[in-house]
Design a protein around this ligand. Structure first.
Ligand SMILES: [Fe+2]
Ligand SMILES: [Fe+2]
Length: 202
């Protein structure tokens, strides 16, 4: 049997390294919490009317990927878009970015049920047609800026053929693809870093 005998000095050093490691972890956690809070504040600052709208809450009734609702997916995409914009310093207009991201999948039907929901006009081609439906619904229920319209209309690029015309639409397109992949494979709770963007609160 091996017996390790620590001197008082060794034990003190060991305790100190434990406490400094704890302090580093606590500081890191605090930073993560602050970053998360700022992202949520930005989301509510720019998207308050959308988030409070009963029409937008209808997206809670439709499944997007896996066990995730369209509402949760849109929130994920909006948060991811804010993070990408900040991490890559893409200098997007945050208000347009947030609102376009929240409304990018505002098609309001169940795309898993072929032809059952009346909004689902091309059941087999949901991927191609839902941006137009989302834009039509969003235009009806909210006042949209040209950038917000471009985000919603082009977020499925390259399926939409015509590429996004503003950086906000590019960022949401990227955020949407990232979130869709994570949600489809149930990895949205994993800590995965792509493009060196901190994925701390997933
Ligand atoms: Fe979409
Ligand atoms: Fe989406």
């Amino acid at each position: 049997m091996n017996v390790v005998v620590l001197s008082v000095k060794d034990r003190n050093q060991d305790l100190m390294s434990h406490s400094s490691r704890y302090e580093i972890l606590a500081a890191k956690q605090k930073k993560i919490e602050e970053r998360r809070k700022k992202v949520h504040e930005t989301l509510h600052k720019h998207g308050q009317d959308i988030l409070l709208s009963s029409e937008f809450h209808k997206t809670k009734g439709f499944v997007q990927h896996g066990d995730m609702t369209v509402y949760e997916h849109c929130m994920n995409v909006a948060e991811r878009a804010i993070k990408i914009n900040r991490a890559l310093k893409t200098k997007c207009v945050e208000r347009d970015l947030v609102r376009g991201a929240l409304l990018h999948d505002y098609f309001l039907y169940d795309w898993h049920v072929d032809g059952k929901d009346k909004g689902n006009v091309h059941p087999k081609l949901h991927g191609f047609y839902h941006p137009s439906t989302a834009l039509k619904n969003a235009n009806r229920d909210f006042k949209l800026s040209p950038r917000e319209k471009d985000i919603i209309k082009k977020h499925m690029w390259p399926l939409t053929v015509v590429p996004p015309m503003c950086r906000e639409a590019w960022v949401v397109t990227l955020a949407d693809k990232y979130c869709s992949l994570m949600e489809t494979f149930g990895l949205h709770k994993a800590k995965i870093k792509i493009l060196n963007i901190k994925d701390d609160e997933s």
